[in-house]
Design a protein around this ligand. Structure first.
Ligand SMILES: Cc1ncc(COP(=O)(O)O)c(C=O)c1O
Ligand SMILES: [Zn+2]
Length: 401
């Protein structure tokens, strides 16, 4: 294993990675640091490409203690689809969709849970807990079941029904809370010590982000080691975006890519857009978003512990943050599905709507290579799918039908 230490994303304090831990003593998230010079000597990107598919073919860049077997259900290596016809109608011939719906449990949350559950089991944890706006709960339930561990999931009472059912099917203990994901998080914090639960909340332990960063490695490989110009990403807790930024830094240190970085676009719903508001106001941290909500359950995150990291990465990449109305993201969900065949979730729809907005406004240029993330399967959103069928398609979809 090439892990060197855990380093705080905020204060930079370092500590060993040999014990089970949640946050830095300053209360902020921890990043796993590797001896990248040694990794570069131990493995080549060509060798990794030849290994069997999945997250764990990147094992030198993941925490996997000697003798440990990963808890895996085949996550990762999702398709990168050239959405040529839709792209041409949008005026973006180099438009791609990274389709995370193809992961086990139907969302990119599987990637993070594979690594977090592997490490929690390694450290002897038996009971894992997480608050979830939707898909993370299902992924935790599935990976805990695969590992023979117990899972406890706290969800808003109005979570999409499939998210609750998938948890229950996998044997997780589900508690519904009258509130949002941070209210669920507060409940978890109150109970976890007395119950002996290990908290695997987004960025409140160091390993979920490691699983998600593999999206960045895959993207680089799929584009033959030249990154796209723009990445459009639906942002809730921010793990995907923070993970990919970390992956790009690691790859540059490994000598696998150059200094060119994609501009990140964080997409939120106008019903819950704390990052967009903070980005526009030039703030370092985001205030909690008060009332509101969105059908894009994964974006219903009023406050993210990684707010300062997301904002820092958006600015460092020359990116931006965009909010989309729910009616617009539902229409785009339908358009994305009908124009490309990708089983789009509302969060994926939001990315298409944001891409369209930024192209129209001139922020994305016609010749640029753009990747939008469909982070989950539309099949998990029965309620949203029903309402989006009543939405008009975006104009660019019409000629395709
Ligand atoms: C489908 C979907 N997209 C996006 C997100 C937001 O993810 P992140 O925490 O990486 O910002 C979530 C989180 O719940 C989700 O379920
Ligand atoms: Zn710290």
């Amino acid at each position: 294993m090439f892990v060197e230490s855990l380093e705080c994303f905020a204060c930079g304090a370092r500590q060993g990675a040999d014990r089970c831990i949640n946050l830095c003593s300053c209360g902020k998230p921890l990043a796993v640091r590797y001896d990248l010079a040694q990794v570069a000597r131990a493995v080549t990107r060509e060798e990794i490409r030849r290994r069997p598919a999945g997250t764990w073919r990147w094992r030198e860049l993941l925490p996997l203690p000697p003798g440990e077997q990963p808890v895996t259900l085949g996550e990762g290596d999702t398709p990168l689809i050239h959405a040529q016809a839709l792209g041409e109608r949008l005026g973006l011939p180099k438009l791609f969709v990274k389709d995370e719906a193809c992961n086990p449990t139907g969302s990119f949350k599987a990637r993070g849970m594979s690594v977090a559950v592997t490490m929690a089991r390694h450290f002897g944890q038996r009971k894992l807990v997480a608050p979830s706006a939707g898909n993370a709960g299902g992924a935790l339930a599935a990976y805990a079941a695969a590992a023979g561990l117990e899972a406890f999931v706290f969800m808003p009472a109005d979570v999409p029904v499939v998210n609750r059912l998938e948890c229950e099917l996998s044997g997780a203990h589900v508690t519904l809370i009258d509130g949002l994901i941070d209210d669920c998080g507060r409940e978890v914090a109150l109970r976890k010590a007395s119950q002996g639960w290990f908290d695997v909340s987004t960025l409140k332990e160091p390993y979920r982000v490691e699983g998600k960063k593999i999206m960045g490695y895959e993207l680089a490989e799929q584009f033959d080691w030249v990154l796209p110009d723009v990445i459009v990403y639906p942002t809730g807790g921010g793990t995907g975006l923070v993970g990919m930024a970390k992956a790009f830094d690691e790859m540059e240190a490994l000598g696998w890519i150059g200094a060119k970085r994609p501009r990140f676009v964080a997409v939120q719903s106008s019903g819950c857009a704390p990052i967009v508001r903070a980005f526009e106001a030039g703030r370092e941290f985001a205030d909690r978003w008060g009332k509101g909500g969105t059908v894009a359950a994964g974006l219903r995150v009023p406050q993210a512990i990684a707010d300062f990291i997301i904002l820092r990465e958006l600015r460092r990449s020359g990116g931006c943050a965009v909010m989309i109305e729910d009616e617009e993201l539902l229409a785009a969900m339908r358009t994305l599905a009908s124009a490309t065949g990708v089983c789009a979730c509302p969060e994926g729809g939001a990315c298409l709507a944001a891409t369209r907005k930024l192209q129209t406004g001139g922020w994305i240029k016609p010749e640029e290579c753009v990747v939008l993330f469909n982070t989950g399967s539309g099949m998990k959103y029965i309620e949203a799918a029903q309402s989006c069928l009543n939405c008009p398609l975006l104009p660019e979809a019409a000629p395709l039908l």
